[in-house]
Design a protein around this ligand. Structure first.
Ligand SMILES: Cc1ncc(COP(=O)(O)O)c(C=O)c1O
Length: 423
């Protein structure tokens, strides 16, 4: 066992002890694949601002922000206040509420392609609902998505995430390489009359923050429309990249947009928005799709969401991106000083680290897995919590001093990993 792993185990005895107990009642003792890692994940006790605390009392500067969903860190006072006002008045009501309408107005005002919006409870649900709308509109079954794209936990999308091969193949899913407009065009030209929808992320999230230029998106949108299919842009992660979503940065107009994470301010949320004629399929007075959900647009989530999304200003977007750029530069210098190969992809306030000289293509596999595993564990040993795939996520409450602190902790992490690699 590496020294880094031994240190992790020594610091987290209560999290270790939680493992066997949790494994008796949950597969691998966890309830979320993305958060699982070896030898075992932490058990979190509380969080405040930029800090996570585990059940052993260790504190971490939280660079995961719950996988991009906490735009303003933990227990952001304006959100706590908004939610507290609601909680005393009941949390689940059987009809429309005020903040639901406010959040819908905010989304429709800010995201230019969204005429009407429908809420649900997760980004996965939002993509399933968008697919339902597209299938109903076109009368077709198939979806086309980027290979290794991530649109949540549903077989059709999961198949694409794993490349749609072997036991992960799904009959209605077709994949094409991210960024390859000609491949999308060829598939749409040949099989377009069977394809209901084309799904793309604003920038690939789970597969390493890979971007694509406007030209790629526009060619795919045009080919989708030639085929009579629906173009869905998944902005579950990328909404934070401008006040109106990454579609504003790219200058594109999707038919439908799926949202989640930051529009719930830390509470479960999802939404589909888009062209009025498509969204009207969800109108119960016309009766084509019966879309319901006990907690859709509930007052807690929407009260939090109005504050969370409302506080995403252009200034905040720019400031976070500037801080992330500074961090990225520091990480590259710091790794070079101790002789660790390093490369990085950054999109605004998000960055993904790689410990290889060249950036890999959009993919689930990487050739630096062992180094990445050590960096992840050493990160926690030095009080930094980030996703095991090397994703670092900034929030609006991070100050320049927090970035300086991160930089010095990463120096210590990289130094430990360089020693281990030399052994
Ligand atoms: C691009 C994208 N789409 C959809 C989802 C699924 O959202 P949720 O985890 O809320 O179901 C995620 C989650 O990380 C995501 O990154």
């Amino acid at each position: 066992m590496s020294t880094i792993e031994a240190q992790y185990i020594a610091r987290t005895p209560n999290s270790a002890a939680m493992g066997p107990r949790a494994q008796k009642v949950m597969p691998a003792g966890d309830t979320r694949a993305a958060g699982y890692h070896t030898p075992y994940p932490l058990t979190i006790a509380s969080a405040q601002g930029v800090t996570l605390t585990d059940i052993d009392g260790n504190e971490y500067l939280d660079l995961s922000n719950n996988f991009t969903s906490l735009l303003h860190g933990h227990a952001y006072k304006p959100i706590v206040d908004a939610v507290s006002r609601v909680i005393g008045a009941g949390t689940a009501w059987p009809a429309r509420n005020n903040t639901q309408v406010e959040l819908a107005e905010l989304i429709c005002e800010r995201v230019p392609s969204i005429d009407l919006v429908r809420f649900c409870n997760s980004g996965s649900e939002a993509n399933m609902l968008a697919l339902h709308v597209a299938r109903t509109h076109t009368g077709r079954q198939k979806i086309l998505m980027a290979q290794f794209g991530y649109h949540g936990s549903h077989e059709a999308f999961e198949a694409g995430y794993f490349g749609n091969t072997g036991d992960k193949a799904w009959p209605h899913t077709i994949v094409a390489p991210w960024g390859d407009a000609a491949a999308f065009e060829a598939i749409l030209a040949e099989q377009g009359d069977e394809i209901a929808a084309v799904f793309l992320e604003g920038a690939m999230g789970a597969s390493g923050l890979v971007q694509a230029p406007t030209e790629f998106f526009q060619r795919v949108i045009d080919a989708t429309h030639r085929a009579g299919a629906v173009f869905v842009l998944d902005e579950v992660i990328t909404l934070r990249l401008s006040t109106g979503g990454h579609q504003v940065n790219l200058g594109i107009t999707p038919d439908l947009t799926t949202l989640g994470k930051i529009i719930g301010g830390g509470y479960p949320v999802g939404a589909v928005g888009g062209r009025a004629d498509l969204m009207s399929l969800l109108d119960p007075t016309r009766g084509r799709i019966f879309h319901s959900g006990t907690f859709n647009g509930n007052p807690v989530t929407t009260a939090a969401g109005v504050v969370s999304y409302g506080h995403l200003t252009s200034d905040a977007v720019t400031r976070m991106a500037t801080q992330a750029e500074r961090l990225e530069r520091h990480l590259a210098d710091s790794a070079a000083k101790v002789g660790l190969p390093f490369s990085c992809r950054r999109v605004g306030s998000l960055l993904n680290m790689y410990f290889s000289d060249a950036l890999p293509a959009a993919s689930l596999t990487r050739d630096d897995s062992e180094t990445m595993r050590l960096v992840h564990l050493a990160g926690m040993n030095h009080g930094l919590y980030f996703a095991s795939r090397g994703l670092v996520v900034l929030s609006t409450i991070m100050t320049d001093e927090h970035i300086t602190e991160m930089c010095s902790r990463f120096d210590a992490v990289f130094a430990d990993v360089a020693v281990e690699a030399a052994v």
